[in-house]
Write a protein that binds this ligand. Structure first.
Ligand SMILES: NC(=O)c1ccc[n+]([C@@H]2O[C@H](COP(=O)([O-])OP(=O)(O)OC[C@H]3O[C@@H](n4cnc5c(N)ncnc54)[C@H](OP(=O)(O)O)[C@@H]3O)[C@@H](O)[C@H]2O)c1
Length: 282
């Protein structure tokens, strides 16, 4: 019983110290893309718990308006909803000018909107793949450029980019999606170093399989290994927000996902492809 109590106290102290080392976003404006479902809802909720005001962006307005109402009532933060297709070239600049005209300055950018396409690359209509790459890579690049420029002038800010565990290795069945997330991973880790001298923290979150609409949107069947690896969206988003506020370069949530990344360092790439093919049932 004595030991249990000391573990409890140590846990509380650790959490207290951890929180003490985090940057404060209270009263600042955070922009969360893909805030109509999945991780986006969790990111918005976690930021509102830290008293950040929010700009929510995705194509479907209705779920974001419901979320906005809930967070405004529960957390007393300001929430702005922008219905927008971020896969359209120039969307980042358009969003920035909409926010400028409202007098909103973004201190936290959570670049989360994205999706996957599962299946044989040559069987997918090319345009579907190009649209996905536009959102996952070019849209993310454009938003980051627009808002990082602004943050650099103010010498402060945070950017969270959502890559994927699949960004760590070529993945048959997710050839273009995994490659797009490898781009996000390398882009974000490089920006972490480039923007650090300007007071901007850039963090890449690389989730493994997680319980959101991702699988259904991608057309991915559940496999037993995927079910075993599956994490809830809340803890994944939490590790991303803590990583960002602690100014870490890269975060892989979950012990099994961390082991996979470690295993990748020790094994030949050909073996990694074969294992991923098994895991996904491709
Ligand atoms: N869940 C996983 O297993 C997993 C693993 C690794 C990485 N990820 C990444 O996590 C991020 C979030 O995905 P999720 O898992 O939360 O899936 P989700 O529940 O399907 O959410 C995807 C979000 O992206 C938005 N979105 C899609 N296309 C858009 C567009 N053209 N313009 C604006 N918004 C768009 C969707 O909103 P609308 O449809 O309303 O536009 C939605 O809010 C993605 O980048 C994904 O690649 C997910």
């Amino acid at each position: 019983m004595k030991i249990d109590l000391s573990i409890l106290v140590a846990g509380v102290l650790l959490r207290y110290c951890e929180e003490g080392m985090m940057d404060n976003v209270s009263g600042k404006w955070a922009l969360v893309t893909g805030a109509s479902s999945g991780f986006g809802v969790e990111f918005a909720t976690l930021l509102a718990e830290r008293n950040a005001n929010l700009v929510l962006v995705a194509r479907r307005r209705e779920p974001m308006e419901k979320l906005a109402e809930k967070l405004q009532q529960k957390r007393r933060v300001n929430v702005v909803v922008e219905g927008m297709d971020l896969a359209v070239s120039g969307a980042g600049a358009e969003l920035k000018s909409r926010l400028d005209s409202r007098g909103l300055t973004i201190d936290v950018l959570v670049n989360n909107a994205g999706y996957g396409l599962y299946g044989s690359f040559v069987d997918q209509p090319l345009q579907k793949t190009l649209d996905m790459l536009q959102l996952n890579m070019l849209g993310v690049t454009e938003l980051t450029h627009v808002f990082a420029n602004d943050m650099r002038q103010r010498r402060t800010g945070h950017i969270l980019l959502i890559a994927s565990l699949l960004g760590y290795q070529a993945t048959p069945g997710y050839a273009a999606y995994a490659a797009s997330k490898a781009y996000v991973l390398l882009f974000g880790e490089a920006l972490h170093a480039e923007l650090k001298p300007y007071g901007i923290g850039v963090t890449v979150l690389s989730p493994g399989p997680s319980a959101t609409s991702f699988g259904a949107v991608a057309g991915q069947n559940d496999t037993s290994v995927l079910r075993m690896l599956m994490m809830k969206s809340g803890p994944v988003a939490r590790s991303g927000i803590l990583g960002m506020l602690g100014r870490r370069a890269s975060v892989v949530p979950g012990i099994l996902n961390k082991l996979i990344v470690f295993w990748n360092r020790l094994t030949p790439r050909s073996m990694q492809h074969a294992v991923m093919q098994r895991v996904l049932g491709a």
